[in-house]
Design a protein around this ligand. Structure first.
Ligand SMILES: Cc1cc2nc3c(=O)[nH]c(=O)nc-3n(C[C@H](O)[C@H](O)[C@H](O)COP(=O)(O)OP(=O)(O)OC[C@H]3O[C@@H](n4cnc5c(N)ncnc54)[C@H](O)[C@@H]3O)c2cc1C
Length: 581
């Protein structure tokens, strides 16, 4: 099998290879983790279970009371990922994601407050901190005496994070920071900030990460933002005015801050994904009760096909998201280093399916769903942000496709280079060419090497495995084709890139579902796992239809029309076809 540490399921898949050892068996929490989790769930149920009215009130007020924050501290919820030897729970990705799932069932603002602290606020310290930094800050972070925040975004630097303007200038044994960060989660209550600043004024980049604390002179935060959703969570500006940060508070290496930021965001994704899955489980509960209890035309609305369609889809969306989020967390816990594409897929998938579920649940609740008395409208508002922060889903789709196809691009580049010098080094040139030709031929003719096949799945999943294998071949052939067509210009080909990303999202989701259902069949037998097999069949069918449309869309599409209309209207700045001018 591929080197465990560096293997990436999705990158191999783009080359037409199914590295099934990476996704099989489906991960489960360890015995010890399951026990600790059960205890955490008990605490959460007694602390949050009867607070629905409070959550609604705090949403209106746009603030969480200090007394409640204290309850979160006392429950140990700020120590979830801090190692046990420092007094935390030492949760790995799987257990952490599962804990956030449970909080996410109750309230989005609470999940975000806890999640921003552990997923991104202190994650840099966990990943890159020196022993001295950890000794200094863990004791206060673990109790929540210090709440953590992650400060990257600025007024002119959102998706283009490398263009930040906050500066850090060396002065003796300190760095002097100046700049303004915006929309920082936990900003109003945090005492510990992971801040990113430019340590060289030449062009973009040269960013360094710093550990900044509120007691440093020159650190201030603005008022709470008045937001659409997650209103009880704190979002503020963070202003840095001649803040002297000791060199001992540089996080990671000077100049490596962009990588630090990306690693933190990548590692935090299973937490956000977990929160989304928790939200979906609650929505399934709300909708099933509503559909059973509400009657129209003399029967429960659950009996109508259009309501069945919504609830059935919500179940699939929840199961698929849960499978993907758990699989990614399991990969991280098993020591796989290259999980960036898979983690990005889990974020895009879970955030979009949660939003769809929230929208459908509100629709099932009808007019009542629109009323503030019920939780649906708040859930809908709360879930909207997930598609925007921690990397917008557009940027993440580009990342998924371009990083996933990187090996294909590299192979073509090597091939191009060696063909240019073919007479200088014919052996190397022909060697590469023949490897490439063999791979292409095996994909195109369908005479596949073992690696393009599932071999460890139960026979009951054969039809779904076949859908997966066919789509993998099509993915590899299409990746090769569009990269040969566009070369470096692929960066600007966002319509096709999106299609590739969507196929990759569906394929990884199907891999996660196959892995999980296979585990259920092996554990419980086919009959007991019948419902899960039904989910696999239904999802595989839906995924196949979507993937086929993406592959067909590479050649047969209306992209030019959309591009041209967009350019036209953007230039005008208005819709020009009103019938009364
Ligand atoms: C409630 C809330 C909490 C937040 N918490 C934090 C936090 O704790 N820490 C922090 O640092 N930041 C935080 N943010 C900021 C968040 O991460 C940014 O809003 C996000 O990265 C997007 O940046 P932007 O808002 O400037 O949008 P822009 O980058 O201006 O993007 C606008 C639109 O253009 C699209 N777009 C941009 N570039 C491209 C491209 N190259 N190709 C295709 N489409 C593109 C985007 O996808 C988006 O749809 C928070 C934001 C909010 C609203």
């Amino acid at each position: 099998m591929t080197d465990k540490k560096t293997a990436s399921f999705m990158r191999s898949l783009c080359m037409g290879e199914i590295e099934e050892e990476i996704v099989l068996p489906y991960p489960e929490p360890t015995q010890a983790e399951a026990e600790t989790l059960r205890a955490v769930f008990g605490t959460l149920a007694s602390m949050l279970g009867s607070r629905e009215k409070d959550f609604a009130a705090w949403d209106r007020a746009g603030e969480m009371p200090l007394g409640f924050l204290q309850e979160l501290r006392e429950a140990g919820l700020f120590g979830l990922v801090i190692p046990e030897e420092h007094g935390g729970m030492g949760f790995g990705s799987t257990a952490y994601s599962r804990a956030l799932q449970e909080i996410g069932r109750y309230d989005g603002s609470v999940a975000l407050t806890v999640g921003a602290h552990s997923s991104i606020g202190l994650r840099g310290l966990l990943l890159f901190g020196t022993d001295d930094q950890r000794r200094r800050y863990y004791p206060k972070l673990v109790t929540g005496e210090m709440i953590a925040a992650f400060a990257l975004t600025e007024p002119s630097a959102g998706s283009d994070a490398a263009s930040i303007k906050t500066t850090a200038v060396r002065d003796g044994d300190a760095w002097v920071l100046n700049g303004e960060k915006i929309w920082i989660t936990n900003g109003g209550m945090a005492d510990f900030f992971t801040v990113f600043a430019k340590t060289s004024m030449e062009g973009r980049g040269h960013i360094t990460a710093f550990l900044v604390t509120r007691d440093m002179k020159g650190v201030s935060t603005g008022p709470h933002e008045d937001k659409m959703g997650i209103r009880a969570s704190s979002t503020t500006t963070v202003v840095l005015e001649d803040v002297r940060v000791p060199s001992a508070n540089v996080l990671g290496e000077v100049g490596m801050g962009f990588k630090v930021a990306m690693r933190i965001l990548n590692a935090g994704r299973t937490g956000l994904g977990g929160g989304c899955v928790g939200g979906m489980k609650r929505l399934v509960e709300l909708s099933t009760h509503q559909a059973r209890d509400r009657s129209q035309f003399g029967q429960p609305i659950a009996s109508f096909g259009l309501v069945k369609q919504k609830i059935g889809q919500m179940v699939i969306d929840c199961y698929v998201s849960e499978s993907v989020v758990n699989l990614v967390a399991g990969l991280v816990d098993r020591g796989f280093e290259d999980t960036a594409v898979e983690a990005a897929i889990s974020k895009v998938l879970a955030t979009e399916l949660l939003f769809r579920s929230a929208d459908e649940a509100l629709q099932i609740a009808g007019g009542g769903g629109y009323m503030r008395e019920l939780p649906y409208e708040r859930i809908l508002r709360d879930t909207r942000i997930n598609r925007i922060f921690e990397g917008t889903n557009e940027i993440l789709r580009l990342f998924i496709a371009l990083t996933g196809m990187n090996d294909v691009g590299q192979e073509l580049k090597d091939l191009g280079a060696s063909l240019k010098g073919i007479f200088d080094d014919p052996i190397k040139g022909f060697g590469l060419l023949s490897d490439y030709a063999k791979r292409r031929a095996s994909l195109v003719t369908g005479i596949r090497r073992t690696k393009a096949k599932w071999t460890m799945l139960d026979a009951s999943l054969a039809p779904e495995a076949a859908i997966f294998e066919q789509a993998t071949t099509a993915l590899a052939v299409t990746a090769d084709r569009i990269l040969r067509k566009h070369g470096k210009r692929i960066i600007g080909q966002q319509f096709d890139t999106r299609r590739m990303a969507d196929v990759m999202i569906d394929l990884f989701s199907l891999a996660a579902v196959l892995s999980r259902v296979n585990a259920a069949v092996e554990r419980d037998g086919k009959e007991k796992a019948a419902r899960e097999l039904e989910i696999a069949r239904t999802f595989a069918h839906q995924a196949k239809r979507r993937m086929d449309a993406c592959f067909a869309g590479v050649d047969d599409n209306a992209d030019d029309g959309l591009r041209s209309l967009s350019a036209h209207v953007v230039e005008l700045g208005r819709y020009p076809w009103d019938n009364v001018n």
